[in-house]
Write a protein of this length. Structure first.
Length: 204
């Protein structure tokens, strides 16, 4: 058999049958075993190879589809007072029960990652006055992460991509806002309204 490049193709029709049968077995919910699809071929690629190829495909697919993430927030009911105008942390104190184990809340406002990788971080803060916030890693301001809201009537939202190491700690902190910041629940009387939130996701 020849491939489209006219080079020698090492898989014959028996090989293709083994691989397809193994893939169909997985799709139907079972795990292919050695010998399950032995069709008597004497070629170099038999059912063992089919099983190995399927396992490699599944491992690659699962690695691509699995996500590691964390969502953390603060409700208006737990706000104790204003945030310092510069460097005051957003005291996120609730972690979603759906978070994965790699991204954890270790103290109010402090989120630690346990794996090295490339991460996406988003944040949103409700403040009743003009404000600035940035992402901080290990107490250092991350370049490209400072966002401001001049009106004080809209969410202050930000986004950044980070290359992190195990043990790195992420915070959302105020940035040169000019005055202490008051977290706002304007528009509702519910004490459960979210006044600050951060989402962290490991991309690779």
């Amino acid at each position: 058999m020849q491939n489209p490049n006219n080079s020698t193709w090492p898989y014959d029709s028996e090989n293709a049958q083994n691989i397809v049968q193994a893939l169909l077995s997985v799709i139907n919910g079972s795990t292919p075993q050695t010998g399950d699809f032995d069709n008597g071929s004497e070629s170099a690629y038999d059912s063992d190879d089919a099983k190995n190829i399927v396992e490699a495909i599944l491992q690659f697919s699962n690695a691509g589809l699995s996500k590691e993430f964390g969502y953390f927030y603060q409700e208006f009911a737990t706000v104790a007072g204003p945030i310092a105008a510069n460097g005051g942390p957003l005291l996120l104190d609730v972690a979603s029960p759906h978070n994965t184990a790699n991204i954890v809340l270790i103290a109010p406002g402090q989120v630690k990652v346990n794996k090295a990788g490339f991460y996406k971080v988003r944040f949103s803060v409700s403040v009743a006055q003009p404000s600035g916030f940035n992402v901080s890693v290990n107490a250092f301001v991350v370049g490209g992460s400072i966002y401001s809201n001049e009106s004080g009537k809209e969410q202050n939202e930000g986004f950044v991509l980070l290359d992190l190491l195990p043990g790195d700690i992420i915070e959302i902190v105020s940035n040169n806002s000019g005055a202490p910041l008051v977290l706002s629940a304007a528009g509702t009387t519910s004490p459960q309204v979210i006044v600050g939130a951060m989402y962290v996701e490991r991309l690779k």
